[in-house]
Design a protein. Structure first.
Length: 242
């Protein structure tokens, strides 16, 4: 990998994990359902699924309101983590997930994972995907004060990749919104259960049915922008001088 990145570098790939690389969105929806239920909050699983990809720091208030968040938010989040831990061994890598990471890393792209998950989950997924030697780094909910759809997590991932162009790869509307707020485009996948229309409306520049389709069409996306900058658009983030 080059020591630094410039506007002429291939765009960094900022990649979500849940629903993008691993098939975990429905387990997370069920974990939230069980955790909320422990505290007397009932919310339909299908509605909870629409919130997967949003960070846990936002979910409780979104579902149950500010008063419940203030009184019980931390306890509900801890219960969700416990419920999900009971199911994590059921989570499988999506077909060709590791191949996608390798394809993204080709040509000098830096691949940084950006997820609202906790570090213990990321450690599990890095092993599941055999990805530690592929990715340049990762950022988690533990690294920022506010997670998706706030831009903090994506901005932290961009900082990890180094200054230069970057593109988000994700599966949820929250990925698209977070990336948009951070000033970079999103290439989206249908693998998390969100519709093409939802993802496009949330700001996705392209939507692919599967990881297979994205691997085959990578050159047509903003991630395919060549080093001379003449390919598909990949916006550049410039951080203020310290």
């Amino acid at each position: 990998m080059p020591a630094g990145r410039t506007d002429h570098s291939p765009p960094a790939a900022i990649v979500d994990i849940d629903g993008t690389l691993v098939d975990s969105n429905y387990q997370h929806a069920l974990a939230w359902f069980r955790a909320l239920g422990r505290f007397g909050v009932t919310h339909e699983v299908w509605r909870l699924h629409r919130l997967i990809g949003m960070g846990g720091d936002h979910v409780v208030e979104e579902v149950a309101g500010a008063e419940v968040e203030s009184r019980l938010g931390d306890e509900i989040r801890a219960a969700e983590q416990e419920a999900f831990a009971e199911m994590i061994e059921e989570v499988t890598a999506l077909p060709r997930a590791t191949e996608l990471l390798r394809a993204l890393a080709e040509g000098g792209r830096r691949v940084v994972l950006a997820t609202s998950a906790q570090q213990w989950q990321v450690d599990h997924y890095l092993d599941l995907l055999d990805a530690r030697d592929i990715v340049h780094g990762w950022t988690t909910a533990d690294d920022v004060e506010a997670s998706k759809p706030d831009p903090d997590l994506v901005q932290a991932a961009i900082a990890t990749a180094g200054e230069g162009p970057a593109v988000m790869v994700g599966d949820s509307t929250w990925d698209c919104i977070s990336a948009g707020r951070a000033g970079i485009p999103t290439v989206a996948l249908l693998t998390g259960g969100f519709s093409r229309e939802e993802l496009t409306e949330a700001g996705a520049s392209a939507v692919y049915d599967s990881l297979d389709a994205l691997i085959d069409g990578l050159a047509e996306t903003p991630l395919g922008a060549p080093a001379n900058g003449q390919g598909a658009e990949a916006r550049t983030i410039r951080r203020p001088a310290s």
